[in-house]
Ligand binder design. Structure first.
Ligand SMILES: [Zn+2]
Ligand SMILES: [Zn+2]
Length: 393
């Protein structure tokens, strides 16, 4: 583990810099000032990053003088937050370039659960609801149509303009709660007649998937009906196993009110699973399902997730918060870490962040999740999903 100390009097600066370094696998201690005579040990700390706007140069030189020549760690004076990613990249040897030739990438466009939650406290991780893109083996696979599908649509329009080719896209809907379908009416590529949008999902308990998607575009709610979308999306109800071009997919039920699907994908270069929304009731708590059914679903899910490379999983709560949310259909972070560890997952991405959770809270959750994995003896990479994040397989 690489360790950094970041120093700023500005709490927002500390949150953004910490999140940026956490996303690159660093462990971070964030402090508001340089304490005289407090010298980090080079064996345990690999970098110090100081906010040049809130910590004045004289303060830094005073601090340096107080330690004589004891500082053997690189000290970076960071000019401002617009360079946070560049500075973080400079602290290590970048490996992203070669990976970008991979035929498969997971991109995050909406990472929030329940309701969009924009604002200054959520700007770093993002406030859009669930939408993840898996571009693999020539296929554009979109998982869920929360409000994050709107910026994805704009991005896809740009890609289509660059290649001068119509878009063929597969949209998988985990379930039809609002935070997973509300962006669809604002998905611009569906309004281009030459594009093709194939929608897949389970039928809900009371209605077929096609009917529910059409209902949210009835005139009371939206001025254009789904039938009038010029690309004429076709809607398919999926079986447990299906294929999207060369990508093999498995759908399975999660533990969530109504009917909700999780998905596992096998691409030519590795596997990805998306499990949002899902309640792991690890300690035998009551849920909205009979105990036996919940246990059966859980075992089936662990078997299905076995050995998956990247797992994107609902982590809406901490275990402490979960005690008052039992039966709501979402998981506690600690339970997610345990399931990922038991299933031999390589990279766990915490997803479906609670709308109440600030950027600083999510940083804390990443730190706690990594510490919990170490405590349990799992060698598992853990990150929090963030809008704009890309993972190349
Ligand atoms: Zn949700
Ligand atoms: Zn839901």
């Amino acid at each position: 583990m690489k360790n950094a100390i970041i120093v700023s009097k500005d709490a927002h600066w500390r949150t953004v810099m910490e999140g940026t370094l956490l996303a690159r696998g660093w462990q971070v201690a964030a402090v508001a000032e340089l304490s005289a005579g407090d010298w980090p040990d080079a064996e345990h700390v690999q970098a110090i990053m100081v906010d040049a706007a809130s910590i004045h140069g004289e303060e830094v030189s005073e601090w340096l003088k107080s330690g004589g020549s004891k500082l053997t760690i690189p000290l970076v004076m960071a000019p401002d937050l617009s360079h946070a990613e560049g500075l973080a990249a400079e602290l290590e040897v970048a490996d992203a370039e070669e990976k970008k030739s991979s035929p498969a990438v997971v991109r995050f466009w909406g990472v929030r659960g329940s309701i969009p939650s924009p604002g200054p406290d959520t700007a770093f991780y993002g406030g859009n609801t669930s939408c993840v893109e898996l571009s693999a083996d020539g296929q554009i696979i979109i998982i869920d149509a929360g409000s994050g599908i709107r910026p994805l649509g704009m991005n896809l329009m740009g890609r289509a303009a660059a290649t001068k080719q119509p878009l063929e896209m597969s949209l998988l809907i985990s379930h039809t709660h609002w935070d997973h379908i509300q962006g669809l009416p604002f998905f611009v590529p569906a309004y281009i007649p030459t594009n093709k949008l194939h929608v897949f999902g389970y039928s809900a308990v009371r209605h077929h998937l096609a009917d529910i998607l059409a209902m949210q575009m009835e005139p009371t709610y939206f001025p254009v009906s789904m039938d009038d979308m010029p690309s004429h999306p076709d809607v398919h109800e999926v079986d447990d196993h299906f294929e999207i071009g060369p990508v093999k997919a498995i759908a399975f039920f999660t533990n969530h009110p109504g009917r909700c699907a999780g998905f596992r994908f096998e691409t030519s270069v590795g596997s990805v699973a998306y499990v949002s929304d899902n309640e792991i009731n690890h300690e035998g708590q009551a849920t909205h399902l009979p105990r036996e059914t919940a246990d059966h679903l859980m075992q089936r899910m662990i078997d299905t997730l076995h050995g998956v490379r990247i797992l994107v999983h609902d982590a809406q709560y901490t275990r402490a918060e979960y005690q008052t949310k039992i039966g709501w259909g979402h998981s506690a972070m600690e339970d997610v870490v345990e399931v990922a560890g038991a299933a031999g997952v390589e990279h766990l991405v915490l997803f479906h962040h609670d709308p109440m959770r600030s950027d600083a809270d999510i940083n804390r959750m990443v730190r706690d999740a990594r510490a919990y994995a170490v405590e349990k003896g799992f060698s598992l990479r853990i990150d929090a999903a963030r809008e704009g994040m890309e993972i190349y397989l």
